[in-house]
Design a protein around this ligand. Structure first.
Ligand SMILES: [Zn+2]
Length: 240
């Protein structure tokens, strides 16, 4: 390895800036992609609640049609019984027919009550579907607007990443191959990809530990590569 040069450290710092920016953009991209998925799920769930209510409404309408035919049926039974009433011969038969008509009318009135209740439910369900649909339109407008904004952010992020990749290639060429290897090795060991950190007032800003005074003195001379004894990152002295 050639003697350490101050300019090599500057390249390392610059390379780290590129890595940090790339890392931030990548995590921003993964955040917004998760946000996009969440928006789609929200919209889909909303649509499903409308479909559920529409199923309920269809069921109520089916019930209403059944009541309607039941009413028709019982009305025709009543009519028949009333015709029969006119042709009865005995008082007993007459009483029986009257009773039969009374019973049929009671049943018919019960069906009509149920039908009325069903119509009330249909009306409420129709109102609910209409208001949900209106709300869905508002919600999907808002969602699409947010998706557009996210789309712009994603494109911008991708473009910046490409620019950073190019810069990384150019800058890496000026770095001693051994230093580059070391940088990449340390970077891969760190979850956040930070391999080069400044030291401020003898504190490593990578791990917030105090570095030994002797090392801190050497660090300020910038004439050798130093690693933090605690987090193993490349450290450099910086006046803040
Ligand atoms: Zn450290």
């Amino acid at each position: 390895m050639q003697p350490f040069q101050r300019e090599q450290l500057e390249i390392l710092v610059k390379l780290q800036e590129i890595e940090t920016e790339s890392y931030n953009i990548k995590s921003m991209l993964s955040d917004v992609k998760a946000k996009l998925e969440k928006l789609d799920v929200g919209l889909k769930n909303f649509k499903e609640t409308i479909e559920d209510e529409e199923d309920h409404l269809n069921e109520l309408n089916r019930r209403d049609r059944t009541y309607e035919s039941d009413v028709q049926l019982s009305l025709s039974k009543i009519k028949k019984s009333e015709e029969k009433l006119r042709s009865v011969k005995t008082n007993k038969e007459y009483q029986m027919s009257l009773k039969e008509i009374e019973d049929l009318k009671t049943i018919n009135s019960q069906i009509e009550d149920q039908m009325l209740e069903c119509l009330d439910q249909i009306e409420a369900s129709e109102n609910l579907v209409a208001s949900k649909k209106k709300e869905y339109l508002r919600f999907s407008d808002q969602t699409n607007h947010e998706k557009e904004k996210i789309g712009i952010e994603i494109t911008k992020g991708k473009k910046t990443l490409m620019r950073l990749d190019k810069e990384r290639v150019v800058i890496s060429k000026n770095l001693e191959p051994e230093l580059l290897k070391k940088f990449q090795m340390i970077k891969e060991q760190q979850v956040t990809g930070i391999a080069v950190v400044p030291v401020k007032d003898a504190v490593c800003l990578g791990c917030n530990m105090n570095i030994p005074p002797q090392m801190y003195n050497e660090l300020q001379r910038c004439d050798s590569l130093k690693l933090c004894p605690y987090c193993q990152r490349i450290i450099y002295w910086k006046e803040f």
